[in-house]
Every structure is written in structure tokens, then in C-alpha cells.
Design a protein around this ligand. Structure first.
Ligand code: NAD
Length: 442
């Protein structure tokens, strides 16, 4: 199923059976966004379609990033906003879900044009956003500089400082320490919480059903032998790679849109990023950072990366990359979904039967929005924390939501050995939204 919103709904409808009878009608409220803002941005004689989807605000203001990409569609923005509602809910932060996008290839714009596009986008949606209404942030191809232009434009329109209206800003104008690495860092935490539950390194598997896709050696490996492949080497993929390598795990493969590299002994993410910045693509960097052995390093395609024989696969680029066409060939027993929606429903079903454990996107990549929340809190009190304090708060929030998801997962598996962490996360997230809906709009 390649339509992103239909895919998101397929996952959502799957948990209908797990809800209380009286709650099922509330689920219907989540099947479409509450508001969809559509418009056109005119720039130098060209027109660019722009969207902002506000999915549900029962738990708090809409929250979600803005994507600049030539493949942005209305369906994608709606799906991403639905996932944001679920993500903020499972993360235990007081937000609903939103998402924005502009159909544009920003790499074809000059710096000045990119600034103008960013400011125009804010002029288009200004009356629909606000610190207590809808709080945008970066997503694919948008960054702190773009957030700076956007917050500046918003403040010009309203006539006063309002840093909390947009998160992911540069630190100099109200951004939070720790925000740049937060999504990757949270993903590494998610991976480690899972390994801890699975009791990797002690040879014991703590979940109560056979996991066919794991071989017994997996549970006795030291971290330095746990191999990881990461698709996407942008903000999320790079920080995941760097932090997980610093923690002693072995990143054997990374890629960007132009292809990837595989280095059996493990690659150096920092040197790889420096090389990518210099040469323009990861695929030209198989020989950097002291690992320059042609017998063990080679370039690979994005499709090959997904099918590598590694312990952990980390899709960190775009949605719909694990589909019914390649799911049967995915060898990694663990997938940490750092991109939003990388796995289609059909693929997830195939992988569940194989025993693959997927840490779902709505939890795995929630570190970013959680630190965005901490940025918003700091903006509102006008007092700023050191990075250690931000990191500690992120860890506490992620640990609490992981444990809630895991407990529900073990409960589901008592009746269904193919139950997934995604179902558990969706049930917890939806129940929380439904409780808020009942209190507000019975
Ligand atoms: P980014 O723009 O910084 O990086 C995207 C990376 O993906 C780049 O390396 C790009 O080359 C690569 N890529 C693009 N198309 C590709 C393709 N067809 N095949 C392989 N690689 C491809 O974006 P990001 O912020 O790192 O976001 C990546 C994913 O993580 C997205 O799904 C985004 O929604 C999700 N996410 C991001 C954040 C965040 O805080 N940045 C938070 C939650 C989720």
C-alpha cells in the first residue's frame, strides 16, 4: 500500500478490536485531520503547493514539523500529522498532532529563495498557528536556520516576541541545547531499552513466545559485535550512527539518497560525515576514518542496505521503504524505525510472522518532539537548561513511555504471539487521546 494516509489508517484500524466497545466511535474521530490548510506559494514566477494538516488537538496544541520535498503530497502530510498525534500521546507530552509540507526541491533554490519560501509559508499559515494553537518544527530538508526565518516572520506579523511558536530554532534565538541530536539520541535509547528487555548479553530471552527470526548467538554477542545498518544520513541517521558507535556498537552501513557504503569492521560516522560534506555523497566515502580496506568496504544501493545480514536495521530516511516486495528478504531481527512510516502495513504483517521485532516510529523517533517540547517549556518560562539537564529529562520521559508500551506488549502477546510493539504503542496512544476527547467533547 503506497498511499501514506491509507497506510496510516490501516495501522490505526488494526487496533479497533482492542478498544473498549464504548471507545470505538471515538476512534472514528481520528480517521481524518480536524483541519487541512492548503495554499500556493508564488516565488519568482513559479508556484509551489503548500499544506498544513492539523490532525487532533485533544491533548494540547497541534505539533509537528514542516517538510520541503518534491514528493510531498496531501496524503503524506495527513499521515504524518496523524502519526504526530499518536507520537505526542505515547511520549506523554501535552500536544496534539500536526504536519506541514511544501512541494519543492529546496536544493534547486538559492539561499535567498529558500528564505523567501520559508517566510511565505509562514504568511500562509500564520493565523492557524500559535504557541497554544499549533507549533511547527523542522522535518526533512528544513533546519534551524529555516526555523529562524519562520519565527522571525511570525513575530513580525504578531508584533511581539513569541519564540515558543516554533521549535528546533538555533540556540541563539531560543532553541534548546540537545535538540539537534535529540531524535537520534532518543532512538539509541529506544534500541538499548529493547536490548535490555531482551536480555542480550545474558543469553536469556524475556518474552514469552518463540522469536523465530533470532538465532541463539544473537543473545551472547558483546555490543561491539552487534551490527547496525542505517538508511539515511541526515540529522536523524547521522546522530543515531554517531551516538550508537560512541556506545560501542558496530555501524557497518550508512546511506543517503545517492547510495551507501558497507564496511564490515564498522565505519566512523564523524569521518564519514566530513567526507560526505566534502564529496557530496556517502557512496564516495567507503574508505575514510582509518577503515580503508577494499576487501571489506564497498558501495551498496539503498535496496541492498535494507536486506543486509545485520542485527539491527535503522531506516532513517523516508516512508514506505520496507514493503511487501522486500519484507521477506529483510534479515535483521530488529528494526528501529527512525523515519516516519518506513514500513507498510503489509510488510509489517510479513515481518511479524517472521518474528522480527520492530520498534515503531511513533515511539522510536519521539526524542525529537520530546526535546521540542522541552524547548517550548524553556521558551515559555524564559529560563534555559544545560544540555545534561535536557538529556536527563529526555531519558526519563522515554524510559517511562517505553515501559508503558512494553508492559502492554507483553499483555497482548499472551493472546497473540504475533502481536507487535506497534499495536501496543498505538493502543496506549489512542486510549489517551480518547480519554481526552471524552472529557472535552463527549
Ligand atoms: P534530513 O533531511 O536531515 O535527512 C534525510 C536523509 O535521508 C538524507 O541523508 C537523505 O539523503 C536521505 N534520503 C532521502 N531520500 C532518500 C532515499 N530515497 N533513499 C535513501 N535515503 C534517502 O531529514 P531528517 O530530519 O534526518 O529526517 C529523516 C526521517 O526522520 C524522516 O522520516 C523524518 O520525518 C523523521 N524524523 C525526523 C525528526 C527530526 O527531529 N529531524 C524527528 C522525527 C522523525
Amino acid at each position: 500500500m503506497s498511499d501514506p494516509f491509507q497506510n496510516a489508517l490501516a495501522f490505526l484500524n488494526e487496533i479497533r478490536k482492542d478498544l473498549k466497545e464504548t471507545d470505538k466511535s471515538y476512534l472514528d474521530r481520528l480517521l481524518k485531520p480536524q483541519h487541512l490548510i492548503k495554499g500556493e506559494i508564488k516565488l519568482k514566477g513559479k508556484k509551489y503547493k503548500a499544506f498544513r494538516s492539523q490532525h487532533n488537538n485533544a491533548l494540547g496544541p497541534y505539533k509537528g514539523g514542516i517538510r520541503f520535498h518534491e514528493n510531498v503530497t496531501e496524503s503524506e502530510v495527513k499521515a504524518l500529522s496523524l502519526w504526530m498525534s499518536l507520537k505526542c500521546s505515547i511520549a506523554g507530552i501535552p500536544y496534539g498532532g500536526g504536519k506541514g509540507g511544501v512541494v519543492v526541491d529546496p536544493k534547486k533554490l538559492s539561499g535567498k529563495e529558500l528564505e523567501e519560501l520559508s517566510r511565505e509559508y509562514i504568511r500562509l499559515i500564520a493565523k492557524h498557528i500559535g504557541v497554544n494553537k499549533d507549533v511547527p518544527a523542522p522535518d526533512v530538508n528544513t533546519n534551524p536556520q529555516i526555523m529562524a526565518w519562520m519565527v522571525d516572520e511570525y513575530e513580525k506579523i504578531v508584533g511581539h516576541h513569541e519564540p515558543g511558536v516554533i521549535t528546533g530554532k538555533p540556540i541563539e534565538i531560543g532553541g534548546s541545547k540537545g535538540r539537534d541530536k535529540a531524535t537520534g539520541y532518543g532512538g539509541v535509547m529506544a534500541m538499548k531499552f529493547l536490548l535490555e528487555k531482551l536480555k542480550v548479553n545474558s543469553g536469556k530471552l524475556r518474552i514469552n513466545s518463540p522469536i523465530s527470526n533470532f538465532n541463539s548467538q544473537f543473545f551472547n554477542k558483546p555490543s561491539s559485535q552487534i551490527t547496525i545498518a542505517i538508511q539515511g544520513f541526515g540529522n536523524v541517521g547521522y546522530f543515531f550512527a554517531k551516538i550508537v558507535s560512541d556506545e560501542g556498537f558496530r555501524v557497518v552501513s550508512v546511506s543517503d539518497s545517492k547510495g551507501g557504503i558497507y564496511v564490515k569492521e564498522g565505519l566512523d560516522p564523524v569521518a564519514t560525515l566530513e567526507c560526505k560534506n566534502e564529496k557530496g555523497k556517502v557512496a564516495d566515502c567507503y574508505c575514510v576514518g582509518g577503515v580503508c580496506d577494499l576487501r571489506n568496504g564497498n558501495t551498496i544501493s539503498n535496496d541492498e542496505l535494507l536486506e543486509l545480514d545485520v542485527d539491527i536495521l535503522v531506516p532513517s530516511a523516508l516512508e514506505n521503504v520496507i514493503t511487501k516486495d522486500n519484507a521477506a528478504r529483510i534479515k535483521a531481527p530488529i528494526i528501529i524505525e527512525m523515519a516516519n512510516g518506513p514500513t507498510t502495513k503489509e510488510a509489517a504483517d510479513i515481518l511479524a510472522k517472521k518474528g522480527t521485532i520492530i520498534v515503531p516510529d511513533i515511539f522510536a523517533n519521539s526524542g525529537g518532539v520530546t526535546v521540542s517540547y522541552l524547548e517550548w517549556v524553556q521558551n515559555r518560562m524564559g529560563y534555559y537548561w544545560e544540555e545534561e539537564e535536557v538529556d536527563g529529562k529526555l531519558e526519563n520521559l522515554m524510559k517511562a513511555s517505553f515501559n508503558t508500551m512494553w508492559t502492554r506488549y507483553l499483555g497482548l502477546r499472551e493472546n497473540n504471539k504475533h502481536a507487535s510493539l506497534r499495536e501496543a504503542a498505538y493502543i496506549v496512544a489512542v486510549e489517551r487521546i480518547i480519554e481526552a476527547e471524552k472529557l472535552r467533547r463527549p
